[in-house]
Design a protein around this ligand. Structure first.
Ligand code: SF4
Ligand code: SF4
Length: 165
């Protein structure tokens, strides 16, 4: 069975903070029909695991293009065809969920890697911050903060959990 790709969101965030305005390499995978538009793994992982899922969702309220909404799971979904990259949602999010480059329309194709392709996967691992992307034989390990994003991708992230959950 093919090894899984483990992406460490904490390490990626640390690098973004340190380098301030540098864009990270992005990884793509072909989305299921239920996902609106082609999304980066970082965006999907951020809304699923990093976002605190605010009840009043100020990010949705502030969006001037009505590009954000909650899906049936309560996850924020961004309509890529509507988003104008104004970053108002980045500014208003009280938890710094989204990185500053998150909604930039990257035109530099060198930043994108298709992880379905083994050559591109290898390149993506080479250019990603040290230790942030690896291959593993393990599966979801919540006790080690590792969660399943899809059949091929595992995400390491520290989930926000309230006492009521
Ligand atoms: S960056 Fe996109 S999703 Fe965010 S507020 Fe602006 S238009 Fe809406
Ligand atoms: S404001 Fe931030 S934490 Fe709250 S729902 Fe929006 S993205 Fe998530």
């Amino acid at each position: 069975m093919a090894q899984k790709i483990l992406i460490d969101m904490f390490k990626l965030r640390t690098v973004m903070t340190e380098k301030c305005d540098q864009s990270l390499p992005e990884a793509l995978f072909y989305p299921s029909p239920s996902i609106n538009g082609l999304k980066t793994i970082r965006e999907l992982a951020t809304f699923r695991f990093t976002c605190r899922k605010c009840e009043d969702a100020p990010c949705i309220a502030v969006c001037p293009a009505e590009a954000l909404e909650k899906d049936e799971e309560g996850l924020i979904n961004r309509y890529t065809n509507l988003c104008i990259s104004c970053k108002s949602c980045v500014t208003i999010c009280p938890f710094g969920t989204m990185m500053t480059d998150f909604f930039t329309h990257h035109r530099n194709k060198d930043l994108f890697y298709d992880l379905n392709d083994s050559t591109e996967l290898r390149k993506f691992m080479e250019v990603s911050p040290a230790g942030s992307v690896s291959l593993t034989d393990t599966d979801e390990l919540p006790e080690e903060h590792i969660y399943r994003l899809n059949d091929r991708i595992l995400i390491k992230e520290y989930l926000y959990v309230t006492e009521n959950k």
